[in-house]
Design a protein around this ligand. Structure first.
Ligand code: CA
Ligand code: CA
Ligand code: CA
Ligand code: CA
Length: 617
């Protein structure tokens, strides 16, 4: 219990335990816990080429039953994102696909954005596949890790960091498992998963199998959350189902001798895993004992947040042609299955969908998180508004989110305020699983919607940037402020190809300074990453509520900082944090452009330790 508090106090008293010569500790130098300082601002002269091609109609093909197929009302303005080339990332994903169509190779691999060395710059970790049948003795493709050295330059630190995992890499997640201040990384694989302990000196060490974190299933996404609120992060791992190379079936068109990936329905679902952190470096799977194993699904995406506003962190899982799952945390260490009753198991017609990537955030400003789920071609992406009391309604059609995604196979996704106007926008990566179907394209366009306010989303075509005018075989997606200018950039992973880094061009849209507030949480009584906290930023009369979610997107992990808009004309702002254990912290003077690190105080009558960088009013 409260192990994080112990260790933080130890830090404050004695300085850091490891890597002191390179990395200052929490108590010593604010730039450490306040490591989200903006060390490098973008070169404004390098902003994107405005001469973007028009969006081909074929890329925006749509049944046009709602307004999403229309161009943005502000089309013709500066693009939102610029594709960064030559950043030093030479990673190229290898799915291990072949003519035999091994099912796990259809689904791709994730990307994680984490600041492993606490220098304030977020680093990028890419999972990688490997050919089937798996052969540990073979020289397989490995995961790759790149250190952000600033100014959109990255250095390959795969080998020296020890993160060159050679399993069949799928999902990535991270969090500070042992409360030493350094983020630890979980690699979810087809085959053995591995938890890598960050030693604080730039290297990671895999936990031995005896630690109990190395599940052997066919894992997809993973998320960290402290489900039992003991101050220690636990790990949820989605498992897709039962499959082995030996039982790989032939599916496709016999007449034309075309072999395709089999239907998900050929795969028998299995239970997911919840690894309880015992606090001694070992873990135990408690999924069955806490009520998570009664409902099985071919799980692909997971997000953890408080969906019913009772102060406990809940779970939502996207399942492939099974009903999606919502498990509500009862606060006594057990979950109740609210999938059907809450209205989030099916689409608005009551159908089961592909359930790929997921996200949760309060879009309509009532403080309760909505849910978004990406789905297969011929299915719409599902958008569930939170009505309160644990009830949701699927309203993709009413909100302009129905038609845009219908032709495409959706994967990674995030609700985020890309243009910093106080309204959460939405991005989805798309791409088919098969590359040999005469009737469908393999590469699909990613989609970016602007939240225009008044409860409506509008699909951006070329205004999103050149990336959104071209087809890709998209999978992973991570939100991360790579250049620390206060807006959220994107990293998108592609099947059997290099990733794309998209720089948010908020500055090119006329912002002379960052119109955002970026918040990093340091839990003490609660888990070190503050996952499960609810943050409310009040800017003049506009309130924004964001949670520090666990998981989200597809196979991927975002920048841990919470980013709010701070309108240019606004003057006053205050921030309220409800920590996972219920303690409330209030900061009554928050500045535009500020990067804040807030350390959880040990009681509500204590002043929180706050480190800030930048900001003006
Ligand atoms: Ca870093
Ligand atoms: Ca750690
Ligand atoms: Ca917005
Ligand atoms: Ca940025």
């Amino acid at each position: 219990m409260q192990r994080c508090r112990f260790i933080l106090l130890l830090f404050l008293a004695a300085g850091c335990l490891t890597g002191c010569h390179e990395r200052p500790d929490v108590g010593e130098v604010p730039a450490d816990v306040a490591g989200n300082s903006p060390p490098d601002l973008p070169a404004k002269a390098a902003h994107g080429d405005p001469r973007l091609p028009n969006v081909p109609d074929a890329l925006l093909k749509s049944s046009a039953t709602d307004s999403t197929a229309n161009a943005s009302p502000t089309a013709g303005a500066d693009p939102w994102f610029h594709t960064m080339a030559d950043a030093g990332i030479d990673f190229r994903h290898e799915s291990g696909t072949s003519a035999e169509k091994p099912f796990p190779a259809a689904n791709g691999s994730g990307v994680a954005a984490l600041d492993y060395d606490l220098d304030g710059r977020y680093d990028l970790y890419f999972a990688n596949g490997t050919p089937f049948p798996l052969d540990p003795s073979r020289n397989s493709p490995i995961n790759r890790f790149y250190r952000n050295v600033g100014w959109w330059e990255f250095a390959d630190v795969t080998i020296q960091s020890g993160l060159g995992d050679n399993g069949y890499g799928a999902g990535l997640t991270y969090g500070d498992i042992d409360c030493d201040g350094f983020p630890d990384v979980y690699v979810a694989c087809y085959g053995t998963n591995t938890l890598y302990h960050n030693l604080g000196d730039g290297t990671f060490e895999p936990l031995p199998a005896t630690a109990g974190a190395a599940d052997q299933g066919w894992a997809t996404s993973a998320a960290m959350l402290d489900y039992d609120n003991d101050g220690l992060l636990d790990i949820y791992v989605c498992n897709y189902g039962q499959w082995s190379w030996a039982e790989n079936r032939w599916c496709g068109d016999r007449g034309r001798d075309l072999r395709f990936y089999c239907s998900p329905r050929t795969i028998k679902p299995v239970a997911d895993v919840l690894l309880r952190n015992r606090g001694d470096g070992t873990f135990e799977d408690v999924a069955a004992t806490v009520g998570l194993a009664k409902r099985l699904g071919r799980s692909q995406g997971v997000v953890a947040a408080d969906f019913d506003d009772n102060g406990t962190i809940d779970l939502y899982i996207g399942n492939d042609l099974n009903a999606n799952s919502m498990f509500l945390n009862q606060g006594d260490g057990a979950f109740s299955d609210a999938s059907e009753l809450s209205g989030v198991a099916y689409d608005y017609l009551g159908g089961m969908q592909a359930g790929m990537g997921v996200d949760a955030a309060d879009v309509n400003g009532d403080g309760r998180p909505e849910l978004f789920v990406t789905n297969f071609e011929g299915e719409h992406n599902a958008y569930y508004e939170n009505l309160g009391n644990g009830l949701f309604q699927e309203v993709s059609q009413q909100r302009g989110l129905y038609a845009g995604g219908l032709p495409w196979v959706g994967w990674g996704t995030a609700l985020a305020d890309f243009n910093l106007d106080g309204q959460l926008d939405l991005v989805v990566t798309n791409g088919h699983v098969d590359d040999n179907r005469p009737d469908v394209d393999h590469a699909h366009p990613a989609l970016l919607w602007q939240n225009t306010g008044h409860g409506q989303f509008s699909l951006l075509g070329r205004q999103g940037g050149q990336y959104f005018t071209q087809p890709h075989v998209g999978r992973a997606l991570s939100l991360v402020d790579l250049d620390n200018d206060g807006d959220q950039d994107l990293v998108i992973g592609h099947q059997d190809g290099p990733p794309s880094l998209l720089r948010n061009e908020r500055h090119a849209m006329g912002g002379q300074e960052s119109n955002s507030v970026s918040v990093r949480l340091v839990g003490t009584r609660s888990n070190r990453d503050g996952i499960g906290s609810v943050l409310t930023l009040q800017v003049d009369d506009h309130r924004q509520v964001l949670q520090a979610n666990g998981g989200g997107s597809y196979l991927s992990a975002h920048d841990a900082r919470i980013v709010f808009a701070f309108a240019p004309q606004a003057t006053e702002a205050s921030l309220t944090i409800r920590w996972p254990d219920g303690l409330v912290t209030e900061l009554d003077s928050v500045s535009r452009g500020g990067f804040y690190t807030v350390v959880q105080p040990s009681s509500s009558d204590m002043t929180p330790r706050v480190f800030s960088q930048g900001g003006s009013r």
